[in-house]
Design a protein around this ligand. Structure first.
Ligand SMILES: [Zn+2]
Ligand SMILES: [Zn+2]
Length: 522
């Protein structure tokens, strides 16, 4: 026998809390096995036919519908509503009988109120199958993942206006194997459509069906360029500025690596840390003793240093020669240096075992020996940022306004390393200026390409060959305000959506979620 609690309350208070019940007669409110059950019935009077809209009062029969609603006070709410089936009196109407619907409470074939359905739909769009089902369980709605997906696929697809400026980009359905095409409004970022592949004929067909598109922003992929030309040669094509910058960056990295020998020694000077002062102090002590006629062995004994160490100090006639930044290779300890540095600043005698334990908890996979050597070499305290081709290239590619003073100095030194590095630094800065679109950039671009041709920079040269091949679109990129940056954001969202369904979602499901998640929930 279920536990039933009769809840005495007046109808006015109830309608205040549950306004969706205003249009029906509430008969009883009980709590049954932890579920709030409202028993209600529709009122007498005419109801509009769901087929033709003509009102009718001719009752055929009555039956009870169980409608789930949003939980109240942490308890699921069910409305047991008696509704009528009525005859339609309109002879022209295809319906003989129809079931009455209560606005805000019931919909045909739905066992959830409109309010609850809105929640379920929003969860389905955001989390899809099983994650969505888990969240809804917390909200007192037990739905299977399959039901969630059904709800999701039933949500009508948004129909955005076709924009004049379209952004076109590909994204991986299965990296390296299957790709799809995303189309967005390049100005508002609104998602327009998702095509199941990146084939030329698919894109061409879509563009032919949507002649409103007059400008297409795309990356350098030759496929899209041809597809747009095939669809309509009068569509203006615009390469993506940031994609061009990305290609330039790649060429710069290769040039920098090719000149590694020219900049290798330009690393930042060693910090004036403890290690440097110890070195200077020891050098002074060793040379004082030697000047007073002590032998190497005697120095070693008095200063409590190894004989080889004393010999090393004795060999150098200036302490500063010994204080140079050693060129270390990257090790597994590097990522934890900041932690070690902070710990040793706090407690210079922190035991090795404790430090090892701490960084192991953070994911260090190296050995105790490696850590010990790292600490002995003074690499925790000293900041020997050994230069890599990547970091040098990054420095050259960074807007000088965003560089710290020391980075600026290093940038200048790198630009002076050799004539090719000088040319490279200048060309990068000149290219960066092209990224602000203006009409004069067409001339500046030609000038830039000529300067690259004149310099001895093979990788940059082949970059300009690519620019020439797509010249019209590249010029558009540097003279028009359009860009494809917003597809980047969409790509991030797509990755998230794919992971939520463990990459197993079918294309129609993924497409539906991509298009739906662009419109904000009401
Ligand atoms: Zn009708
Ligand atoms: Zn060089």
């Amino acid at each position: 026998m279920p536990v039933r609690t009769l809840v005495p309350c007046d109808v006015q208070t109830l309608i205040l809390l549950l306004p969706q019940l205003a249009a029906v007669d509430v008969e009883l409110v009980v709590v049954e096995d932890g579920v709030v059950v409202v028993t209600a019935a529709t009122r007498d009077g005419p109801a509009a036919c769901t087929g033709c809209g003509q009102p009718s009062q001719w009752v055929h029969s009555a039956y009870v519908r169980h409608v789930a609603d949003e939980a109240v006070g942490g308890r699921p709410l069910r409305i047991d509503l008696q509704v009528r089936r009525l005859y339609c009196q309109n002879p022209a109407c295809p319906k003989t009988t129809f079931a009455e619907q209560v606005s805000g409470l019931t919909r045909r074939y739905q066992r959830r109120t409109a309010a609850l359905q809105r929640v379920v739909d929003a969860v389905a769009v955001t989390l899809a199958g099983s994650a969505g089902a888990r969240l809804l369980l917390i909200l007192h709605q037990a739905l299977s993942w399959a039901t969630m997906l059904n709800c999701l696929m039933r949500i009508p697809e948004p129909r955005p206006a076709i924009p004049r400026v379209l952004g076109l980009d590909e994204f991986a359905l299965l990296k390296g194997h299957r790709y799809a095409t995303i189309m967005i409004d390049a100005q508002s970022g609104q998602r327009i459509d998702v095509l199941p592949d990146r084939r030329m004929d698919t894109v061409t067909a879509w563009l032919r069906q949507h002649p409103q598109v007059r400008v297409v922003c795309r990356d350098g992929a030759a496929g899209y360029a041809q597809a747009v030309t095939d669809a309509d040669p009068t569509i203006l094509q615009c390469a993506d500025r940031w994609h061009l910058w990305h290609l330039l960056a790649e060429a710069v990295r290769k040039e920098v690596a090719a000149h590694a020998a020219c900049w290798a020694g330009l690393g930042p000077p060693i910090r004036e840390g403890r290690r440097a002062s110890t070195t200077r102090e020891r050098w002074k002590q060793v040379h004082e003793l030697l000047d007073h006629g002590a032998g190497l062995l005697e120095c070693s004994r008095r200063l409590n240093l190894g004989l080889n160490t004393v010999k090393r100090y004795a060999r150098h006639d200036e302490p500063d020669k010994m204080v140079t930044a050693p060129q270390y290779r990257p090790t597994l300890v590097d990522p934890y240096r900041e932690h070690l540095r902070a710990r040793r600043a706090q407690d210079p005698a922190a035991p090795l075992a404790a430090l090892l334990r701490e960084i192991k908890e953070q994911g260090y996979t190296g050995s105790a020996n490696l850590l010990a050597r790292y600490i002995c070499q003074g690499r925790v305290e000293a900041d020997h940022a050994t230069l890599s081709a990547k970091s040098v290239a990054r420095l050259l590619l960074t807007n000088p306004d965003h560089l710290r003073k020391d980075q600026c100095d290093l940038h200048d030194k790198l630009a002076d390393a050799c004539s090719e590095m000088t040319a490279l630094a200048e060309l990068v800065a000149a290219f960066a200026n092209l990224l602000t679109p203006e009409a004069s950039n067409t001339v500046k671009l030609s000038d830039w390409i000529n300067r690259v041709r004149a310099a001895d920079l093979p990788f940059l040269n082949s970059f300009t060959t690519g620019l020439q091949r797509d010249r019209a679109a590249v010029e558009a990129a540097f003279t028009m305000p359009y860009h494809n940056g917003r597809t980047e954001g969409v790509n991030g969202l797509i990755k998230l959506l794919k992971r939520q369904t463990y990459g197993r979602a079918s294309f129609p499901l993924l497409r539906h979620r991509i298009l739906l998640s662009s419109s904000n929930p009401q």
